[in-house]
Design a binder for this molecule. Structure first.
Ligand code: RUQ
Ligand code: CUA
Length: 653
């Protein structure tokens, strides 16, 4: 859920009702709202014991990913992705700064929504995690053995990369789509010419099977609707991807009313195998667009490259590639069941949860059960594709995930609950309140061929009275719910970093033993690495001073440095020469307009400091590394510009 716009969209119809529900919640129906003693034992992971699952949650508008254990809800790590992270010097160190380059320049923040685990044969394989940046449209790839961001690609012709980056069943592609239609290509036109000049975009980013490296394979130029969420097919529907599209009215003002006119909007069904054939047959046009591609090389150094062209398909040039599936009303989420046969949509304003059948879609295409054409794209007949509708599921259905037993779980934003229903006949089986205003939900492995089941996690937008208050901004929250029995059972509330927009989870055993413990110092390829203390040195080149420094428990070499002048650009290259797990060293110096450095064992990181006043300034290790951590320090003497103090430094004799 968007924080603002979709609140407004649901607006009038929902506000009154939501207020009633929230008020009811604030009245504390404690029997349902609280966990029981039995629930406590279900989530208790004894000190020193490991959780069964890793959960990767988006940080929403923090732009990061956070890593939790399930069932405990304990937070283990924040992985910096789209936002600078001063704790880890991500986006501050010279080696990482290029990761945040875009065609608009350096952008130190984004709004991250959908973590998506890489898949092999429609199962989570534990290699990578992808996540989208919505605002300046980007997709990032995190290496799960290191839990660091390794690559970010900007998505051209997009404005709100929301329906992204869902992974196809063999990680052939991650999909993208634009939430806002914009002039395509971008240009200065009156907004009132929306219908003539604005277009949508659906894109496929290819992922190299070995390295994970991303390339924008092609985009499809779509009518100017809003493309909201996506899921690729799997099993029977492998080779297809489904995108919800609202604002088929193509309104450009007051969307909460004007984009809620049509009774049905669409799921856009894309046959990407046909698209591939059209691209191979030369039917794509080359568009000149600027977009950044940033990646970390095998020396652990980020690079940024500006790309200038891409392949774009027009649906008219590639028949059989795109179909519209009518879907009630202003659909938000679209989700595909474990078999790939059933496609459930969440119509924010719909009274039912519509479920389409992939087999029926194929039959409708073969039989030409076409209701009408929209911009040259066939709209299939609703009756011809519908498997069933979940009647009266609740209010504001958004997202659906599946367990391994043929059940579906749908989040209800307005009525603030999860509804469990049976996929084969659309019968409601159970419901449980969530506290409050659930957006996404996640069943462990819930988008795979064989979900792990066990738990559904509610990812809530509002917590109100659930935690100790912290001023005007309250924490956001996830709730762990047991789905192993017939009745769902609330086990745990746990606060989250940023908005836990969406999450995915994987068995810990699939990645735990692959974790990198140190970087191999002998293989450190950073050109500024200092692998031995005897090589530590200070070198002046004009106004630039390079300090090649080593760090080990519990000293830096060199420590006392003289000959630095006001206005110099001082490049501090720190190599952590430890080869032990869990022994990073930090580096910070008074008055540096930059973050600290945090350097992993075997790694080199560089930070730039421009001293502003004469004096003698201490630097020190920021990460408590040993009994003598407080001794891990040194001084830099800063002399006035033009001073004749020679460069000198102290090394152990
Ligand atoms: S969605 S509006 Cu993932 Cu429900 Cu962002
Ligand atoms: Cu090194 Cu503290």
């Amino acid at each position: 859920m968007m924080r603002d716009s979709s609140w407004n969209r649901i607006g009038r119809m929902g506000a009154a009702l939501a207020a009633v529900l929230l008020a009811a919640g604030c009245g504390k129906t404690t029997t349902q709202a609280g966990g029981t003693g039995d629930a406590a034992s279900r989530v208790y992971v004894a000190p020193g014991q490991y959780d069964e699952f890793y959960m990767f949650a988006s940080g929403g508008f923090s732009g990061q990913v956070s890593v939790y254990g399930l069932p405990s809800g304990r937070l283990f790590r924040v992985i910096p992705v789209f936002s600078q992270d001063a704790e880890k010097s991500y986006g501050y160190s010279e080696q990482s700064k290029p990761m945040l380059e875009t065609s608009y320049g350096f952008i130190p923040w984004d709004d991250a929504h959908h973590p998506s685990l890489s898949k092999t044969d429609a199962m989570n394989d534990g290699r990578w995690l992808f996540i989208n940046g919505n605002n300046t449209p980007r997709v990032a790839r995190i290496d799960l053995a290191e839990m660091n961001t390794k690559e970010i690609i900007e998505i051209p012709n997009s404005a709100g990369n929301h329906a992204s980056p869902f992974v196809t069943q063999g990680t052939e592609y991650v999909v993208t789509a634009t939430r806002f239609s914009v002039p395509t290509p971008q240009q200065d036109v009156p907004i009132a010419t929306y219908k003539e000049n604005f277009g949508g975009q659906i894109g496929f980013v290819a992922v190299d099977a070995k390295t994970g490296k991303m390339t924008l394979a092609f985009q499809i130029h779509m009518p100017g609707f809003d493309y909201d969420l996506a899921r690729p097919g799997k099993g029977v529907s492998h080779g297809w991807a489904f995108f919800t599209s609202y604002n088929t009215e193509q309104a450009n003002t007051l969307l909460e009313r004007n984009a809620s006119q049509n009774d049905k909007d669409f799921i856009t069904a894309v046959n990407w195998k046909v698209a591939e054939q059209c691209v191979a047959a030369g039917k794509a046009k080359t568009w000149n667009t600027k977009y950044a591609h940033n990646w970390v090389d095998d020396a652990d150094i980020a690079h940024s490259e500006m790309l200038t062209s891409e392949k774009v398909l027009e649906p008219a040039d590639c028949p059989d590639m795109v179909y519209f599936l009518p879907t009630p009303k202003s659909p938000h989420g679209v989700d595909v069941d474990p078999t790939g046969e059933f496609i459930a949509a969440g119509g924010k304003l719909a009274a039912v949860i519509p479920v389409a059948s992939f087999t029926k879609i194929q039959k409708a295409i073969a039989d030409k059960s076409i209701d009408r054409m929209v911009d040259g794209i066939p709209v299939l007949k609703y009756e011809a594709i519908s498997a069933c509708e979940v009647p009266q599921p609740g209010l504001g259905p958004l997202h659906t995930e599946f367990d391994e037993k043929g059940n579906a779980y749908t989040s209800m934003f307005l009525s603030s609950e999860i509804v469990k229903w049976s996929v084969k006949d659309c019968k409601v089986l159970d419901r449980i309140p969530t506290y409050y205003s659930i957006g996404h939900l996640m069943v462990v492995g819930g988008d795979t061929r064989q979900p792990d089941g066990k738990y559904v996690v509610a990812l809530n937008k509002i917590t109100k009275d659930r935690y100790l208050p912290t001023g005007p901004e309250l924490t956001q929250s996830a709730q762990l719910i047991d789905i192993s029995g017939d009745k769902m059972k609330l086990l745990l509330d746990f606060p989250t970093i940023g908005e836990p927009h969406y999450a995915q989870a994987i068995l810990a055993s699939k990645i735990k033993d692959a974790q990198i413990k140190t970087f191999n110092l002998a293989e450190n390829k950073d050109p500024n690495a200092t692998k031995a203390e005897k090589d530590a040195r200070v070198v002046r080149k004009g106004n630039v001073v390079h300090i090649y420094m080593t760090a080990i428990r519990s000293h830096f070499v060199p420590d006392n440095i003289e000959g630095v002048q006001v206005g110099d650009s001082v490049y501090i290259h720190v190599t952590n020469v430890e080869q032990d797990w869990d022994v990073p060293h930090g580096f910070a110096i008074t008055g540096m307009h930059n973050s600290e450095l945090l350097v992993m064992p075997g790694q080199t990181r560089t930070i730039v400091w421009v001293p502003e006043r004469p004096g003698v300034l201490p630097f020190y290790c920021t990460d408590f590394c040993s009994a003598l951590h407080q001794e891990m320090q040194g001084y830099v003497r800063v002399s006035p510009k033009g001073s004749n103090v020679a460069v000198s430094y102290n090394t152990p004799k």
